[in-house]
Design a protein around this ligand. Structure first.
Ligand SMILES: C[S@@+](CC[C@H](N)C(=O)[O-])C[C@H]1O[C@@H](n2cnc3c(N)ncnc32)[C@H](O)[C@@H]1O
Length: 191
């Protein structure tokens, strides 16, 4: 089922159930919160490319003390999230080299310590993976201490420039240290 299928909202609103498509990255996040990978227990979370907001909402509801914010490039998705009752601030911003200062300000404003990015960096870096190190340097300088990412599901003959999490990790450059990799989910910390 697609990430923005309206039935995800219906299930969350009627039974409090979150989309199963987010289980793998949420499990990875939980594991590293429990392990203390981000250092002192973090409370600020950013769901980057949050779309209609249900992964961030899950973090807000299920991680005690979590403060969540989001960033999403598509205005209609942000509106859908708000209309459905997703209860954290979402910035409508397309992340590009030119908007990195705005993203960094948002991270500082919300005291973000953990970046969560599911099926996101493959899109953000799709046209030019070479600015990945500048992205990583900006978000970590702004306060991010740990990133939990999930890449695209690999296919046999990929045509996408960033077809899996391995290419996302490589795009972030040598300043991002890989701590864990399971399936398409990875955890990185600043060197
Ligand atoms: C495959 S969807 C994943 C959505 C969400 N992370 C999830 O897993 O449910 C990718 C999302 O990234 C957003 N997006 C793509 N490029 C972006 C960019 N450069 N800046 C902000 N959002 C972007 C799209 O609008 C879309 O909502």
């Amino acid at each position: 089922m697609r990430y923005n299928d309206p039935s995800h909202f219906t299930r969350w609103q009627t039974s409090g159930e979150f989309p199963a498509i987010h289980d793998a990255i949420f499990t990875m996040l939980r594991k590293h919160l429990d392990a203390g990978t981000a250092g002192p227990p973090p409370s600020g979370f950013l769901d980057l490319c949050c779309s209609v907001g249900l992964l961030g909402q899950r973090i807000r509801e299920k991680v005690p003390g979590a403060r969540v914010c989001g960033v999403e490039g598509l205005a209609s998705s942000v509106q859908q999230a708000r209309a459905a009752g997703v209860a954290y601030p979402i910035l409508n911003l397309t992340v590009t080299p030119a908007t990195i200062p705005t993203l960094a300000s948002w991270i500082r404003l919300h005291r973000v310590e953990v970046l969560v990015a599911r099926r996101c960096l493959s899109e953000v870096f799709a046209t030019d993976p070479s600015w990945g190190p500048a992205f990583w340097s900006a978000v970590t300088a702004a306060g991010v201490r740990m990133a939990v990412i999930q890449g695209r599901q690999p296919v046999a003959n990929p045509t996408h420039p960033i077809p899996s999490v391995r290419e996302e990790i490589a795009a972030l450059g040598p300043g991002a240290r890989l701590v864990d990799l399971a399936g398409q989910c990875a955890v990185l910390v600043p060197l």
